[in-house]
Design a protein. Sequence first.
Length: 489
Amino acid sequence: MATNLNNSNVATRENRIGSITGYIGSLKDLASQSECGTLKGCSRCFSQSSSCLSSCALGQLSAIRDIAIIHHGPAGCSVAAAGTYYLDKVMAKKRGVTNDTVYVGTDMNENDTIFGSTNTLRNIILEVNKRYSPKAIFVSSSCATGIIGEDIDSIVDELKDEIQVPIVAVHCEGFKSRIWATGFDIADHAVLQSIVKPPREGVKSNKINFKNFYESARPEIIEMFKEFDLEPTFLYCNSTIEELSHISEAVATTCICGTLGNYLGNVLEEKYGVPYVRSINQCGIVGFEAWLREIGKVTGRSEKIEKYIQEQRAIYLPKIEEVKKELKGLRAVLGMGPGYTFEVSRVLNELGIEVVWALAWHYDKKYENGDVPPSMKYLLDNNIDFEASVADQQNFEVMNILNKYQPDLYLSRHPGSTVWAIKNGTPSVYVADEYMIFGYKHTLEFAYSILDSIRNRSFEQNLAKRTKLPYTDWWYKQNVGEFLVQDKA
Ligand code: SF4
């Protein structure tokens, strides 16, 4: 991949790495079509709304401490700000730090969308800088500014001399990609462009960049890495601008999910030679060990890591083997972002649970370096296959599949999805926290959570009895694939 950090725009996932949002078939077919280059995405003749990529991009950025987000668009585009603002404060409080990040919408009106409002934008940037003294300013676009061609880059360039902190344009017009995860790349691109500095000469670091969402397992990961003489820098939740400016000096970059960290990891490797840990993720035993061993290889700490693995195995494997006896033979459907869909499918397989259908909200047929995502590669190399679809959070398709397959369990990382499954009477596990299946300890806890949800099904049964769902018998008899229309090349 050749990244151009001089351009504030980053190409969409569809254009850069051939990602799609519509497909129905099997895992093996999805992989073989990806490999031979015949995989084309599908559109739907009916679709429910999904997420806007700007929430992803600006949600990531606003978690950085003490910065300003200036969202140039109509008020409706900034609707995610309230939730993001609240979450940032809670996450900072939980960690015991403060986050004085401000999120300002420019509230474009009808006049602005006809005549443009670059002057207003300039004044708002200057006022935000004066009033809040942020450590960096991210100025984002929206669909409206994208459509009228508002020249945000020029305003940002003009103000660079006047404002003493980094300021950068963030191009996250919602219409430019169907894939919300493009927003992760847009946030990374803005940080790489404006905050990250080249490594300082002579600085020797034992830091490892760890891109995650909400750093909930921060204390235990710090403790674990201490054993290998490594110090994690968690990104971007509660990061400081100072920390981010030096991530090019780290010994490696890793992430909790390839969908989230792949762009940052690859660019840091390409531009500054920071190795990106390419491995399946830390979910389950196989994933955790493969990930740790890859870190050992990349950072020259294999011996210490092997010792840690053997110690942990002795503690947890007997317990996990015990609980597996009760899980064997269960059947599951899952719907998640593509990183977790294929990682969690592997864990379910490890636990003896059959995956009957896996929905990925989108699919990246390759990552920035041109390789098939490791989670997918693992399943293929180990001859694991199941029915799979790419479904862009289309809950009506989830419901059709649940009705047809009647699984013992539905797993999703998105609450809006599990709620529907529960109303349908299907026991569900909301894999909310990214560390819920991390390593030995949390894999054991995850196995217990599954047991809890299938042992007592009265909640789902009672709710289903009292809920009238909007789906007709006609819909349940349909094959969801019939409603997909092949995208043009
Ligand atoms: S950027 Fe576009 S898709 Fe996103 S909220 Fe605004 S109008 Fe909607």
